[in-house]
Ligand binder design. Structure first.
Ligand code: KIV
Length: 262
């Protein structure tokens, strides 16, 4: 059965953890979907892990649509959520609806994610939900604010923790169907998770969230430096390097292709 935002809410009720990962192309998305990952996020982290940008700010809506459409073509079951990139939703309500609408219409994703919880953003969430676009929220460390926040853990002081808690509650009230909690102290994530009816999906937010997400490039060991909270399940970079070195040597020494393989 295809996963929907309602499925995720049922998962929270049933206390069955939600598995989420990021994807940026068709081949990776196909594998994640076949394994049974619940949520495939076309995160704007692809700006860094797939396109080589220094942070997530430069990626455009057109680039996100291009990648999201490729991901969507590989997915049959998972819920595909796509990030609204920086400055594709902050200028006006009309801009947010237009950008989110393009992701649904042109890429075929089922939901969008946006970062932050300030009052004008809450209004945007309400409008998107009113026109029928499911929205995932994202608080704590919000990489689109890197020039204000850096990549440090957020919510360390009582005041900062209270601000994130209030944003989470307000986003839930505004209608988000799920909430990413990024790089905040575990007790704060636990408190938010207990207070909201919607599922929380943690990344560097401890074990008490309703689900977990990682940037798949970190999990696979494809990034030069994964964040401290990521778990590297496979060190793929040296394996790829070795395979390419082996191939190069075979070609240079005329071992590949052999006589039989033309
Ligand atoms: O862009 C992204 O990959 C994300 C995850 C880190 C949640 O937003």
């Amino acid at each position: 059965m295809p996963i929907t935002p309602l499925t995720l809410q049922d998962r929270k009720q049933a206390q069955r953890p939600i598995v989420a990962l990021t994807a940026w192309d068709w081949s990776l998305a196909t594998l994640l979907d076949q394994v049974g990952v619940d949520v495939i996020l076309v995160g704007d982290s692809l700006a860094m892990v797939a396109l080589g940008y220094e942070n997530t700010l430069p990626i455009t809506l057109d680039q996100m649509i291009h990648h999201a459409a490729a991901v969507k073509r590989g997915v049959k079951q998972a819920l595909v959520v796509c990030d609204l990139p920086f400055l594709s939703y902050q200028e006006s309500l009309a801009q947010a609806i237009h950008s989110a609408g393009r992701l649904l219409k042109e890429a075929g994703v089922q939901a969008v994610k946006l970062e932050g919880g300030h009052p004008r953003l809450l209004e945007t969430v309400t409008h998107l939900v009113e026109v029928g676009i499911p929205v995932m929220g994202h608080v704590g460390l919000t990489p689109q604010s890197v020039h204000q926040l850096g990549y440090r853990q957020q919510g360390q002081s009582a005041l900062a923790a209270e601000r994130i808690f209030n944003q989470a509650i307000a986003l839930a009230e505004a209608g988000v169907f799920a909430l990413v909690l990024e790089h905040i102290p575990a007790p704060l994530a636990q408190k938010i998770t207990a207070m909201v009816a919607i599922p929380t999906i943690g990344i560097g937010a401890g074990p008490h969230c309703d689900g977990q997400v990682l940037v798949t490039a970190d999990l696979l060991g494809l990034t030069a430096k994964a964040p401290p909270f990521a778990k590297v399940y496979l060190a793929l970079q040296p394996l790829i390097t070795q395979a390419i070195q082996d191939y190069s040597l075979d070609v240079r020494e005329r071992r590949f292709p052999g006589e039989a393989k033309t």
